[in-house]
Design a binder for this molecule. Sequence first.
Ligand code: ATP
Length: 260
Amino acid sequence: MLAVHNLEVVYEDVMLAVRGASLSVAPDAIVAVLGANGAGKTSLLRAMTGLLDIHRGKITRGNVSIDGAELDTRRAASVVRAGVGQVMEGRRVFVEFSVEENLKVGAHTVKASGIAEKLDRVYGMFPVLADRRHSSAGYLSGGEQQMVAIGRALMSDPRYLLLDEPSLGLAPKMVELIRDLIVEINDAGTGVLLIEQNAAMALSVAHHGYVMENGKTVMDAPAQVLRADEDIQEFYLGLGGEGGSLRDVKHYKRRKRWLS
Ligand code: ATP
C-alpha cells in the first residue's frame, strides 16, 4: 500500500500549498484525486515523487510510505527505486531525443542487461511507439508524446504509477486511448494514482477517489459514491451547468443557497 499521511508542503518557506493531505493507493487499485485549479494536487504529487526540491518546496509535516516503510522523498531516484514511477503534468518529453532515447531515460535504475526486455514490454503496450522508435519525440502528436511519457515511467517497472493530468490538452479520442491504457497498466499489476481535472474520465476508471480543496483532502470515497454525489456531479462533472468555474464545492454550496 502506498500511503500519504497528513502531508504539509510549503514553497519558499511561505506558501502553504498542501495543508494536511492523506490518501492511500492499494497495489491493485486506480485512485483518482480531483480538485479545482490550485487545490494542491500537483504539489502533493511532487512531494510523493521527490520533486519538490527543484520547485523550492519542502515537506514540513507528514510522510509518504510503502507498506509502512517511509520513502526518502528528498531523493527522486530513491523514490523510483522504491517502486514509484511518475508522469508529471505537461508530458515533458525530451523533444530532440528519439522515442527510444526518451524511454531509456526512464531506465536509469535498471541494469543494462534488463533494458531490452523493458523496451519490448513498453513497445508491446504502445505499438505506435515501436513504429516511431527512431523518430524525434518532438515530431509526435500530443497523445503520442503522452504515451512516451507513460512508457518512460514504466521502464523502471513501478509498483505504483502516479499520473498528473494525463488527458490535459488531448483530443477526445486520445483521452479514451489514454484511459484504456491506464486500465491496462493497472490490470498488469500496477497501482495507479491519477490526478485529473477531467473528473468524468478519472471517475470512469477509478476504484476510489479523493477530492482536494485548499490543500486538504476533503472527500474520500469509492469512485461510484463520488460519481453519484450531487455536488461532485454539479461541480466536477459539469452536470449542473457551472462546471469548474467556481473555486470549490464549499463555494458552490454557498452560491447555491444564495441563488435559491
Ligand atoms: P492545477 O490543477 O491548476 O495544476 P493543482 O491542484 O495542481 O492546480 P498546485 O499546482 O499544487 O495545484 O498549486 C497549489 C498552490 O501552490 C497554488 O496556489 C500554486 O500557486 C502554488 N505553487 C505551486 N507551485 C509553486 C512553486 N513552485 N512556488 C510557489 N508556489 C507554488
